[in-house]
Design a protein around this ligand. Structure first.
Ligand SMILES: [Zn+2]
Length: 242
């Protein structure tokens, strides 16, 4: 798998980055590497920052839309999650070295990893703008989690807690059904796929669950053109400077 990835190269390290094959984008004033994703590990110091695990999304990112019964007013309200599909994981070892692993169609299915963030700054600006306009998502306050980015009820406005929506052992979440009605419940979710021109580093929380392999099997999926792009694949520049 190949792809372009922008790097955070400090000025003092530009010659080193260049010698390894990084290229300069004069328009964005940023270094990038274009090549096999298995080479990303060579550029890890300019990708990973302080992260122990870095997630680099390939080709698509996703919005997963569902309906949750509001615990306060009892009405059905829209809720969304985010999704990561194929991606590369960059691990930082204890000795400071890096290794990478690419998760693609390894086991015969296309996985979707349900994701979310507690801090809205971790969502690329164009995507954040879109979901804030379309859904009742914003930074709110929950008694258990404190200040966090979260879904809120369309009707009464109460926060729909992140643990409640996204943890696998949470009861009654729209996103992670189980039991005999699993297939039926998954078919009521909608997945919107957003094509990305360049690979993206995402600080999104995701866990691995039993349903990872089932979302694309049972949920209807639709392509979404994310403004300000008018193309099915949004560029890094449009994603970060809308
Ligand atoms: Zn409500």
């Amino acid at each position: 798998m190949h792809g372009k990835l922008y790097l955070e190269v400090p000025y003092a390290e530009k010659e080193l980055a260049k010698s390894l094959g990084a290229q300069w984008d004069p328009k964005l004033k940023k270094w990038f590497y274009q090549g096999p994703v298995s080479d990303y590990v060579k550029f890890a110091r300019w990708i990973a920052g302080n992260r122990e695990l870095t997630i680099i999304a390939h080709e698509y990112i996703y919005i997963v839309e569902g309906t949750q019964t509001c615990f306060r007013c009892g009405k059905p309200t829209h809720v969304i999650g985010l999704g990561i599909g194929e991606h590369t994981r960059l691990y930082c070892n204890d000795d400071g070295s890096f290794e990478s692993e690419t998760i693609e169609d390894l086991v015969g299915y296309e996985p979707l990893f349900l994701s979310w963030v507690d801090d809205e700054k971790d969502i690329p600006p164009a995507l954040l703008k879109y979901i804030k306009q379309k859904y009742n998502v914003r930074t709110g306050f929950s008694k258990t989690a404190g200040e966090c980015f979260a879904n809120h009820c369309d009707h009464c406005g109460v926060i729909q807690g992140n643990w409640y929506l996204f943890e696998e052992d949470s009861p009654l979440t729209a996103f992670i059904p189980d039991g005999p009605e699993l297939r039926d419940k998954l078919s009521k979710l909608k997945i919107y796929s957003i094509g990305i021109d360049e690979n993206l580093v995402l600080d999104w929380n995701f866990g691995m669950g039993d349903n990872d392999e089932l979302y694309f099997k049972y949920c209807p999926t639709k392509e979404l053109i994310l403004p300000p792009s008018d193309d099915a694949y949004i560029t890094y520049a449009d994603m970060y400077k809308p």
